[in-house]
Design a protein around this ligand. Structure first.
Ligand SMILES: NC(=O)C1=CN([C@@H]2O[C@H](COP(=O)(O)OP(=O)(O)OC[C@H]3O[C@@H](n4cnc5c(N)ncnc54)[C@H](OP(=O)(O)O)[C@@H]3O)[C@@H](O)[C@H]2O)C=CC1
Ligand SMILES: Cc1cn([C@H]2C[C@H](O)[C@@H](COP(=O)(O)OP(=O)(O)O[C@H]3O[C@@H](C)C(=O)[C@@H](O)[C@H]3O)O2)c(=O)[nH]c1=O
Length: 288
């Protein structure tokens, strides 16, 4: 397939490029295609004539978004609007990635696709506006909501923990926010697997790796896997703290577990647990 990938230097974009080599890729980041520029988006799609567009571009700085509202909405709402309009006009499928942070976390179970959305912060609000634009402007769309993305690239919780764990003896990590860590490689693998089978299955799906865990539990898993692989860490004490002990500009959902049964049953795919992906990512980071 001829695939246009936006945000190609980000976590997901990098994995799409790595795993998508059997396709003809036009992989562009901000410097080659700014998705907030409507004319540039139309020209790019008209020139390359892709079979599908995968939007991996986003504004992902959750706390910074609270004071940088315009920029977050430009990238997360206006960018997808431009892509969806251009794709919709040419009947090109658009794969768009969204987030668990569209939910407020009040559910006592895993969220399904049709659950009420009610984002707590600017990042989630801007991503929700992007989802709406894609649904309204491009019939052939897959909106894939994922969560807690990690990879060897860019910024993510795994890399932050490994950095802090090498610098400090003690760390406090929130133990009352739960979700599903998901590797960018697993998202890329599943996008490339579902896309060729997507005709007649357009819509919104949840895509996150089992199992549900807290950020604290995830931090413990990161340190234990890093030590198992022989990494030297300074950290001796990881303390379970509550959200109120770790004030941040953006509010985060206390439960953003995504139920992914719909994706698995409609496409007949199975999503690997994050533990295996974590081991692979740490192995790669160790060798950098
Ligand atoms: N990271 C996470 O934990 C989660 C991410 N998601 C979603 O998954 C998707 C992929 O996220 P992830 O790979 O982590 O994101 P990254 O932040 O790693 O990558 C996003 C990429 O988009 C680029 N970008 C920013 N603005 C523009 C623009 N105007 N035009 C073109 N490119 C732009 C960024 O460039 P630059 O770095 O120069 O700004 C960066 O290379 C996003 O939709 C995100 O919302 C969902 C749940 C969790
Ligand atoms: C660094 C650190 C964070 N925390 C907490 C803060 C926060 O509640 C939680 C996660 O922090 P982060 O800022 O790394 O993660 P955050 O930016 O909230 O991650 C989110 O990113 C966006 C893009 C998404 O779409 C979400 O799915 C999610 O992955 O851990 C600690 O408790 N201790 C620490 O030392």
């Amino acid at each position: 397939m001829k695939l246009l990938i936006t945000g190609a230097k980000g976590q997901l974009g990098s994995e799409l490029v790595r795993l998508g080599s059997s396709h003809e890729l036009f992989a562009v980041d901000y410097d080659q295609l700014d998705i907030t520029d409507a004319n540039a988006v139309i020209n790019c799609i008209n020139n390359f004539k892709p079979d599908a567009v995968i939007n991996a571009a986003a504004y992902t700085a959750v706390d910074r978004a609270e004071s940088d509202v315009e920029a977050a909405f430009a990238v997360n709402r206006d960018g997808p609007t431009n892509l969806a309009r251009a794709c919709g006009q040419s009947d090109i499928p658009l794969i768009h990635v969204s987030t668990d942070y569209v939910f407020d976390g009040s559910a006592q179970r895993a969220y399904i696709e049709s659950d009420t959305v009610s984002p707590l912060g600017v990042y989630g609000q801007s991503k929700l506006a992007g989802e709406d634009a894609v649904r309204n402007l491009c019939r052939k769309h897959l909106i894939l909501r994922t969560s807690w993305v990690f990879s060897p690239h860019g910024n993510n919780f795994v890399k932050t923990m490994l950095r802090l764990g090498a610098e400090r003896e003690g760390l406090g990590v929130v133990a009352d926010q739960f979700g599903k860590p998901t590797s960018a490689a697993e998202i890329a693998r599943l996008i490339l697997e579902t896309l060729p089978a997507a005709e007649g299955k357009w819509g919104t799906y949840h895509l996150a790796q089992p199992d549900r865990i807290s950020w604290f539990g995830f931090a413990e898993a990161i340190f234990s896997e890093a030590r198992r692989q022989g990494m030297e860490l300074k950290v001796r004490e990881v303390n379970a703290i509550s959200t109120s002990d770790y004030p941040t500009p953006a509010k985060r959902p206390s439960n953003s577990e995504l139920n992914c049964e719909r994706l698995e049953s409609v496409f007949g795919v199975s999503i690997r647990p994050w533990q295996k992906s974590l081991a692979e990512v740490i192995k790669e980071l160790k060798n950098v």
